[in-house]
Ligand binder design. Structure first.
Ligand SMILES: Nc1ncnc2c1ncn2[C@@H]1O[C@H](COP(=O)(O)OP(=O)(O)OP(=O)(O)O)[C@@H](O)[C@H]1O
Ligand SMILES: [Mg+2]
Length: 614
């Protein structure tokens, strides 16, 4: 494999996907979308009982909130004004009890709602993760890791508040609101109507606010995704950034997205900073109205003092639910924007799914057949495999050679069904691979990939990755055959040495040895070695070749290699160029033929001392 500098971030997806993410987000309006709501509400269904209890508690909370100012009025009008101290005790006791009840009721309600909220949150995240695992590689090729992470973490959190608190709090707030209006109207219609003159102002302020808030909250959401996306991409490309001394440029780029994110947040926040004081100010105005008009009514004996005091208390309580409802409104909008993204991901069709009638692949003998296979990675991309047909008999070793970009790795990707072909068929033991489950296919077809991937776990766990039940002795035996045992034992912790992220504490060749050991341990019926020994010195390679020959005995193998000395012993060699098979035959036949293979070979022969020595 080549020195992978310059390949800034394999697997991170294209940077322009970030921009596409941003524009997709702009289209996404945060408006009411019944499908999204229905999908999200389904997550509450398992918690119906808890939600019911929370609802009852909320009703209790609303009732108690409405009750206390009324009790104050009774205390003033029936006991304080008539100077009846003995009755005052009773009403004071009732007020105290209702405050204590209010405390417990709201604590219980909050606890229940948070509990349900966290449950739902975890469930959505685990569903998203399951979905991401099922989605074909083609999906992941086109999506930025950071954006996907932001979706699973931030967008889901956005929904959580609405789902858990939203609906129930809304019910409670509306009850309090309507309750206060009714109570005020019955206590004193005149004073009530005068007080309500501030209502249109509040509605106006809320309307103006929510219009601007919707736009700016949406903006913040796409900006934070851009920050996470950029960060993840640059961290994984740190090696290339430092190697090319691009720290300054990438710092500037990061600062730009960071700044945009900050601006968007401050915009959104300052809206709330203006809105909340406005509402509070209107609350003061309402209080002043009650004091002014209520006071005059009391003096004129049109209303009792108790009514006025109750009004003062109700007016302050009146603004609480209005604030809550308008806050919920913005929560609703960002939750809809987040929810749309989450539901979109949950609803993304899995293009490479097992057919309903897919069966387990039985133990195979290992015949592989490509039948007029045509393939491109994307509908608008050029053909990568152009009408390729070949048959590999069970138990034989076949080599695929050809220039860079010819489509060799793509053939491995197709045989393991990481991508589906556009036309033709791929058969194993005469059954189309699309009729079998993917898991059973991949248990018997194993790829030692061109870019070996190791997990940040111990070396032993990495070797055991395909065969979780293998004993330590088996792991060690596989490592010996792969010539990995010596370098593993040289570590103080031996097989328990932890691989660092991306395998950076191993050389590329050592990583290849580990993946070969992994394949040896897995003993698949069909083994694909994609440049598996490209980074290993020729002496070690020769030793591994022997071990592989033992392993491959009776198994089907596809060996992909640029170093043509490693494919000389293959039973049959296919030469691939621009997605087509241009030549085939044994090593000797192809040399005689004097075409592409002979040219590639001749060039290596003159360039490589090793080959000359052989
Ligand atoms: N995930 C992908 N998405 C889109 N195009 C791809 C993808 N992987 C490969 N390609 C394209 O398919 C073509 C064949 O690539 P492939 O990896 O099969 O080449 P290869 O023969 O293995 O080359 P090499 O010898 O360098 O490993 C190339 O033109 C490449 O740009
Ligand atoms: Mg390749």
């Amino acid at each position: 494999m080549s020195f992978s500098i310059g390949n800034v971030s394999p697997g991170m997806g294209p940077r322009d996907a970030l921009d596409r993410y941003g524009s997709a987000n702009r289209e996404n309006t945060g408006k009411f979308n019944p499908h999204v709501i229905r999908r999200l509400l389904a997550y509450l269904r398992p918690h119906t009982w808890k939600m019911m209890i929370a609802l009852v508690l909320t009703l209790g909370e609303s009732g108690l909130t409405l009750l206390t100012p009324y009790l104050t009025k009774v205390a003033i009008d029936q006991y304080i004004t008539p100077r009846d101290a003995s009755g005052l005790w009773g009403i004071a006791a009732i007020i105290t009890v209702s405050f204590i009840a209010l405390f417990f009721v709201s604590a219980g309600q909050r606890y229940l709602l948070s509990w349900v909220g966290q449950k739902v949150l975890a469930k959505i995240r685990s569903d998203l993760f399951r979905k991401l695992q099922r989605l074909q590689l083609g999906y992941h090729d086109n999506h930025i890791v950071g954006v996907t992470v932001s979706r699973v973490m931030n967008d889901v959190a956005e929904i959580n508040e609405l789902l858990s608190q939203g609906v129930i709090t809304l019910v409670g707030d509306l009850i309090v609101l309507v309750g206060i209006i009714i109570i005020m109207l019955t206590m004193s219609p005149r004073l009530a109507l005068i007080t309500f003159t501030v209502l249109p102002l509040i509605l106006l302020a809320t309307w103006v606010f929510s219009r601007y808030a919707r736009a700016s909250f949406r903006e913040t959401r796409s900006k934070i995704a851009a920050v996470v996306g950029d960060l993840a991409e640059d961290i994984s490309g740190m090696r290339a950034i430092q190697a090319f001394a691009q720290e300054k440029a990438s710092q500037e780029r990061f600062e730009r997205v960071n700044r945009e994110n900050r601006k968007a947040y401050i915009n959104a926040m300052s809206l709330s900073f203006i809105f909340l004081p406005t509402i509070e100010f209107l609350g003061m105005v309402a209080t002043a109205i009650v004091l002014w008009f209520g006071g005059r009514f009391v003096l004129a004996e049109a209303v009792t003092l108790g009514v006025m005091v109750a009004f003062l208390s109700y007016v302050t309580r009146f603004f609480q639910p209005i604030l809550e409802v308008s806050r919920l409104f913005t929560t609703f909008q960002s939750a809809m924007a987040g929810g749309e993204q989450v539901v979109k991901l949950l609803d993304t069709p899995v293009e490479i799914a097992d057919l309903p009638e897919a069966r387990e692949m039985p133990p195979i003998s290992g015949k592989v057949e490509f039948d007029h296979v045509v393939f491109r990675y994307k509908p608008d991309a050029p053909l990568v495999i152009d009408d390729v047909s070949f048959t590999i008999q069970a138990g034989s070793t076949v080599a695929l050679v050809g220039p860079t970009g010819a489509g060799k790795t793509s053939i491995a990707n197709l045989l393991t069904r990481f991508y589906d072909i556009q036309s033709g068929a791929i058969r194993i033991d005469d059954s189309d691979i699309r009729t079998m489950t993917q898991a059973s296919l991949r248990r018997q077809v194993c790829v030692v990939s061109q870019e070996p991937f190791l997990f940040p776990r111990t070396l032993e766990e990495n070797i055991r990755y395909h065969s979780p039940n293998a004993t330590h002795a088996a792991v060690e035996e596989a490592a010996r055959q792969a010539n990995a045992h010596d370098f593993i034992s040289a570590y103080p912790a031996g097989y328990q040495t932890r691989v660092q992220e991306g395998g950076v504490n191993l050389s590329v060749g050592q990583r290849q040895l580990i993946s070969i050991a992994r394949a040896i341990l897995a003993k698949p019926r069909i083994l694909i070695l994609d440049e598996a020994t490209a980074n290993i010195d020729t002496v070690t390679e020769a030793a591994i070749q022997q071990a592989l020959e033992r392993l491959l005995h009776g198994r089907t193998a596809i060996v992909i290699a640029h170093r043509l000395s490693t494919v000389r012993n293959a039973n049959w060699i296919y030469v691939l160029d621009h997605g087509e098979i241009v030549e085939q035959g044994t090593h000797a036949e192809l040399l005689d033929h004097g075409a592409l293979y002979a040219q590639l070979y001749a060039r290596q022969f003159t360039n490589s001392d090793n080959d000359r020595a052989e």
